[in-house]
Design a protein around this ligand. Sequence first.
Ligand code: GRG
Length: 295
Amino acid sequence: MDFQSWMTAVQQRTERALESLLPAADIAPQRLHRAMRYATLGGGKRVRPLLCHAAGELAGADCARLDIAGCAVEMIHAYSLVHDDLPCMDDDVLRRGKPTCHVEYDEATALLVGDALQSQAFLLLSDHVLANDPRRQLDMLRLLAQSAGSRGMAGGQMIDIEGTGHELTRAELEFMHVHKTGALIRSAILLGAQCGTPLPEVEMARLDHFAKRVGLLFQVIDDILDTEASTATLGKTAGKDAAQGKATYVSAMGLAEAREMADTLRREARESIEAFGERGRRLHELAHFIVTRKF
Ligand code: GRG
């Protein structure tokens, strides 16, 4: 199957899985469930579920397991976007081409949407059998918790808030993004692999290296797009980072050097999974997609 068809198929099955794994809109409290579905369904590139499926296929994982793991990560991601858009954080009105959750509903509902999506993600990982060995499944839960928590995404967001208005060194910027964006992307890849047949340690290490490079690559490209793409194309407010005095790879090193950094990360990501040969094809293709994406 060519990459475009594979990607569309995974995006469609992810949408269907999210539809059925989110609480139905007519279950009480309806307003909260409607808002959770508003924030999660019908938008987004589904990069994290795609990475989860690609890594899982490499490990021979069952697709139904990958749907669950991919949706859990996507729910954490959707929660982070809802909270990030709140007036007390980035204060944004547009996300995925439509009004942000607190604009469409209200701030209190948006706060609860984030809380409930996060819980729903962990419920998925505990309700479904994703690994034959229960200890392995507990490791998966721990991985997602770590990547979303204070030493992962939430911690990265704290560093971002504290750093706003200050110049960050490249090392500080990297530390922030490894946590804020990279941790969840890494967990999408590792969870996918853990849904399959246990991989030898050396193969998990390769995958982990790839996951870390791709996490940073995703952010460098995001920073470049924030300066270069339009609001209409991005489906979120463009140029926001500079307007808010946020440190980005572009502000820290300029556009040309940020592009060079993306090339280096792309090469390092490719090299780290070369030994997988054909088994790593989808991951290679996804790294290429992340670099060439327009939004
Ligand atoms: C509020 C705890 C908390 C964390 C927020 C990830 C994050 C931390 C905020 C999102 C803000 C942001 C724009 C981060 C840059 C990278 C990023 C996550 C971009 C959006 O991800 P995409 O491009 O979005 O995968 P779609 O809409 O395609 O799913």
